[in-house]
Ligand binder design. Structure first.
Ligand code: GLN
Length: 488
């Protein structure tokens, strides 16, 4: 069995010392991905030959002392909704069967320009719709900590791959929690940046006003390194922020003294939250207090409306975004149709899975004349109130700390029959997307041998602050060094 890969920082040091080569590290990552695929299904496709070639080029750059960045020669995986030129992008959907990306997503282009070696794609819920990675068109990903459980979702493959030591870092996307919740379930770090911080160009659209590309890693320091590479203005995304990108690594000084951390009353409730999860998160709060941070209670009073607001907006936008899969321009086309209308409907009936269909139907409904005001407009108003909650809270604290999810990883199949139960898994993560603010999930212990994550939420463009606090916490704890027994 190929060994677990180290963290990005460890691999960087080993490459720089000449203890290993990019070719060896990439071969190890590919070997491990292949060996673990049958048990966990974290990956959807590997590009072994091209990755090996790119690793060789990275080794040549190292010999020529022409390294491009800290990422040069480091293997990584992409969620299968990021376009990568010449490679399939499937979104774990049959409707994209046969689609080959004609261009690179901006995040992918930046990773390549920095010398990162993409070894393949990771499994996900179809079109990023789900919280468990069970909505993939072929097979679900399993949690490396317990293969009878889900890895969370929708970026479950990326989270599982980092937890299983296949790669040190991976990219995902977060529309309502899809980076943070799987990071929490798999015991790794996951950061969703501020809306507009990372270009969405080439990320397959689910809900465009909420989608953000995010990063998985085992340490906050590694997240800082990869986020640095992919952040920054992009004229190809009209919602991209034209703001300078700070030096994230330089922000990691280990110091939290003098910071005030807000604890939202509405998130520390007994009802609906696993008591062991709450206890681990409270322990983490104490640890940060010992490190010199102050804490105070804050209120985010519109929290009870967050899940409903999120699902109305996300489904409305999805119904519009997914209209483009008509059998003409992308991927799958049904055979045997006798006219255009039946070609459309057969293609979409065959191509989309149940959850995607449910959302297209509900999204079309909430946007339809007669219901628009009652649902879609109402949800937009609630979104404004939720954003206002955070603005008010940040007047009395620097950042906010909550559990990432109300639970630990649940069993495969446990929630598939009950979409509402599944949607409730996002209760603590969706508000950040609605408000456009950054969030990070950091491992903070175990409940019944399954990882627990704490979530830090910052003000817009507060990534440095989140990374600094997460890193300070990791310097004082060793949760992130634990490895899953099933993939050790
Ligand atoms: N679980 C949420 C949903 O199903 C979030 C998905 C995401 O962030 N992509 O919509």
């Amino acid at each position: 069995m190929a060994q677990r890969l180290g963290t990005l920082s460890e691999l960087r040091a080993a490459l720089d010392d000449g203890r290993t080569s990019a070719s060896d590290v990439v071969a190890q990552a590919l070997g491990r991905a292949r060996e673990l695929a049958p048990a966990f299904a974290a990956t959807r496709g590997l590009r072994a030959d091209r990755a090996a070639e790119e690793a060789l080029q990275a080794d040549q750059r190292r010999t020529a002392r022409a390294l491009r960045s800290v990422l040069d020669g480091i293997p990584l995986l992409l969620k299968d909704n990021l376009n990568h030129r010449g490679e399939p992008t499937t979104c774990a959907s049959r409707i994209l069967d046969g689609y080959v990306s004609p261009y690179d997503a901006t995040a992918v282009e930046r990773v390549k320009a920095a010398g990162g070696v993409v070894i393949g794609r990771t499994n996900m819920d179809e079109f990023a719709m789900g919280s468990s990675t069970e909505n993939a068109c072929d097979q679900p990903t399993r949690n490396p900590w317990d293969p009878t459980r889900v890895p969370g979702g929708s970026s479950g493959g990326s989270a599982a791959a980092v937890a299983a030591g296949i790669v040190p870092v991976a990219l995902g996307s977060d529309t309502g929690g899809s980076v943070r919740q799987p990071a929490s379930f798999c015991g790794v770090v996951g950061i969703k940046p501020t809306y507009g911080r990372v270009s969405r160009y080439g990320l397959v659209a689910f809900a465009s006003s909420l989608d953000q590309v995010g990063v998985f890693s085992r340490t906050a320091a590694d997240a800082a390194a990869l986020l640095q590479v992919i952040s920054g203005h992009d004229p190809l995304d009209s919602t991209s922020l034209d703001e300078p990108v700070p030096d994230y690594a330089a922000a990691l000084d280990g110091d939290v003294a003098g910071l005030t951390i807000g604890l939202p009353r509405e998130y520390f409730v007994e009802q609906g939250v696993d008591p062991d999860v709450l206890e681990r998160v409270r322990d983490a709060v104490k640890e940060l207090e010992r490190a010199g941070a102050k804490t105070c209670e804050v209120s985010l009073p519109h929290t009870p409306y967050a899940v409903a607001t999120y699902y109305l907006i996300a489904m409305a936008e999805a119904s519009s975004n997914l209209a483009r899969y008509d059998g003409v321009r992308y991927g799958h086309r049904a055979t045997g149709a006798h006219d255009l209308q039946s070609m459309y409907s057969r293609t979409r009936s065959e191509g989309f899975g149940a959850e995607v269909k449910r959302r297209i139907l509900l999204g079309t409904y909430v946007l339809s004349a007669g219901y628009y005001d009652a649902y879609y407009r109402k949800a937009q108003q609630a979104r404004t109130l939720l954003r206002g909650d955070f603005e008010a809270a940040y007047r009395s604290c620097d950042l906010i700390l909550t559990p990432t999810a109300p639970e630990v990883a649940f069993a495969l199949g446990e929630r598939s029959a009950d979409p509402l139960q599944m949607y409730l898994s996002d209760i603590f993560t969706v508000s950040a997307n609605l408000a456009g603010i950054p969030g990070i999930s950091v491992p903070c212990g175990f409940a019944r041998d399954l990882p627990v994550g704490l979530q830090l939420l910052g003000p817009a463009l507060g990534e440095s602050l989140l990374l600094r606090v997460a890193d300070a916490y990791q310097r004082r704890t060793d949760w992130h060094t634990k490895t899953p027994p099933e993939a050790s």
